[in-house]
Design a protein around this ligand. Structure first.
Ligand code: 0L1
Ligand code: MG
Length: 267
């Protein structure tokens, strides 16, 4: 990390317990920088790493990672200027066409993403989009259900990173495709909620090419002393802005060349 840690080990554990409580019992908390205004991005990742350690110790299985805040639309929506990463576990995965409960979420919103499944381990620093494409087994369309636990969506980058990049649920679906078969920069996506188009975009919105977002993720992992293992499921970031959902909503994300991903939301 280019920034330094300002939090003590005790502060990291305390903030991690605060975030874990908000995530597992679905309540909103003030952004962490209200209490720790000097908190850095490195501090945010220290809290996130402690959260990952605790969930894995509780039996959750790490299945992959996500890049977040990777499009200009998302950065503008959230008032930040640098992307982030978060981890994904088996407990967050939901099958296609699932009924997803909102009762255990705070502020659920959906976004359309291209997901990569890796056939080889990748390690940074210096990972490039070409390295990512060479190490990719296949890509598939996905919808991420993000859930910021910060009251009134008031947060900053260190707080969001500590909250695991708002990771909550994800659904993969559609058609798996080899990267050689597609132009991953120009894939169009249309997001429908209750039969109405609510957002649309093209995959180049994600740092110019979704593989760039995965390379960025691998390089951040290197800063954290981690690699991206073979078999990982990795989401490259929202192509459009995130759309709020509530019980009764049904959502379909239609991806050019990759098919669609559907789900509905229940109380
Ligand atoms: O997946 C993401 O782009 C992370 C979003 C983090 C902030 C939010 O909750 O919108
Ligand atoms: Mg996302």
């Amino acid at each position: 990390m280019s920034q330094n840690l300002t939090l003590s080990r005790e502060d990291i554990v305390r903030l991690c317990e605060r975030v874990e409580g908000a995530q597992t019992r679905a309540y909103a908390i003030p952004k962490l920088t209200d209490e720790y205004p000097a908190m850095t991005i490195a501090d945010g990742y220290a809290v996130q790493s402690e959260l990952r350690r605790r969930y894995l110790a509780q039996g959750h299985r790490l299945v992959g990672w996500k890049a977040g805040l990777t499009s200009k639309a998302k950065m503008k929506q959230m008032g930040v200027d640098v992307p982030s990463i978060g981890f994904l576990t088996d407990r967050m995965a939901r099958p296609e066409n699932a009924a997803i409960s909102t009762g255990d979420l705070v502020h659920p919103r959906v976004e359309c993403e291209v997901a990569f499944v890796m056939k080889r381990e990748l390690r940074g620093p210096g990972c490039t989009a070409a390295d990512v494409l060479a190490a990719t087994d296949y890509v598939l369309p996905a919808v991420e259900i993000i859930d910021s636990r910060f009251a009134g969506f008031k947060f900053d980058l260190p707080s969001v990173i500590a909250d695991n990049g708002s990771s909550a649920r994800f659904v993969g679906g559609g058609r798996a495709r080899y990267v050689e078969e597609l132009d991953l920069r120009t894939l169009g996506v249309v997001l429908e909620k209750n039969g109405e188009i609510v957002a649309m975009g093209a995959s180049a919105a994600v740092l110019g090419h979704p593989a760039e977002a995965i390379a960025m993720l691998v390089n951040i992992l290197a800063d954290l002393g981690e690699t991206l293992p073979a078999g990982s499921f990795v989401m490259s970031g929202g192509i459009t802005e995130a759309i709020a959902v509530q019980p009764g909503d049904s959502v379909v994300a239609r991806f050019q060349e990759l098919g669609s991903v559907s789900m509905r939301f229940v109380a």
